[in-house]
Design a protein around this ligand. Structure first.
Ligand code: IPE
Ligand code: IPE
Ligand code: MG
Length: 227
């Protein structure tokens, strides 16, 4: 099954949780909590329409700069998600975590690896970018290749060695929260992605807006450098 526009992979930059909470005179953590709920809702909606691959930007390599209490509350929400994922995930959806793993607790790593291993044969994939940076991803792919003894590296080598090399690059990247930038997301994979930016704050995003954005995709002329 394919979606009407033959889209296989959509990547989301889930931005605007903090501002959403501030508008409600609540701490930023409150926004992240609603953001996490929204992530599950949007993911289910996209799989229901036939998408095979989804990527969500949950935490960047730069987000460690935030105050400790905010970082801790995001990690706590992530832990809750890991505990819940086994029950809440569709049976045919496999989880993959993309990003550097060096800063997570043993407990968190064990849960992540368990979920990845136990869902690895599922045909649909849900990539969660956590402690993820696009530059770090490319650098780590190059270092892996050097360690293997390669002296000449091709584009295909890098594609095969980035964290999400198993899935096609996203046809669409959707960023909520009004900022018009990629913030170090999918630097390699986004070369020919169609980019969409909406002012809607992530916790306010509705499935119907995702549908509208997918409709806009049909109007984009993808030339890939041709005419
Ligand atoms: C995105 O929302 C979630 C993370 C980066 C973890 P923000 O927390 O960046 O929300 P704003 O951009 O400050 O509103
Ligand atoms: C990008 O949002 C990272 C995630 C959504 C996880 P940020 O809020 O960190 O991006 P900047 O700082 O506005 O570029
Ligand atoms: Mg932000």
């Amino acid at each position: 099954m394919e979606t009407k526009n033959n889209i296989r992979h959509i990547a989301f930059i889930m931005d605007g949780n903090g501002r959403w909470a501030k508008k409600r005179m609540m701490p930023r953590e409150y926004g992240h909590k609603f953001g996490a709920k929204k992530f599950k809702e949007i993911a289910s909606h996209c799989y229901d329409m036939g998408l095979q691959y989804l990527t969500f930007y949950a935490f960047s390599t730069e987000n460690w700069k935030r105050p400790d209490n905010e970082v801790n509350s995001i990690m706590k929400l992530f832990m809750e998600y890991l505990d819940d994922a086994k029950k809440s995930l569709d049976k045919d959806v496999g989880l993959v975590f993309i990003g550097e793993r060096d800063r997570f607790s043993e407990e968190m790593l064990a849960k992540m690896e368990f979920l990845e291993n136990s869902t690895k044969n599922c045909p649909k994939k849900l990539c969660i970018a956590i402690n993820y940076g696009g530059r770090a991803e490319i650098t780590s792919a190059v270092n892996k290749l050097i360690a293997e003894g390669k002296t000449k590296i091709t584009e295909d080598d890098i594609t095969a060695n980035i964290y999400s090399g198993f899935c096609p690059p996203p046809e669409m990247i959707i960023r909520t929260g009004g900022e018009v930038r990629l913030s170090n997301f999918l630097m390699w994979q986004s070369a020919y992605s169609e980019l969409f930016f909406t002012d809607t704050l992530w916790p306010d995003l509705k499935a119907s807006e995702v549908d509208d954005i997918i409709d806009q995709f049909a109007g984009r002329k993808r030339r890939f450098g041709g005419v």
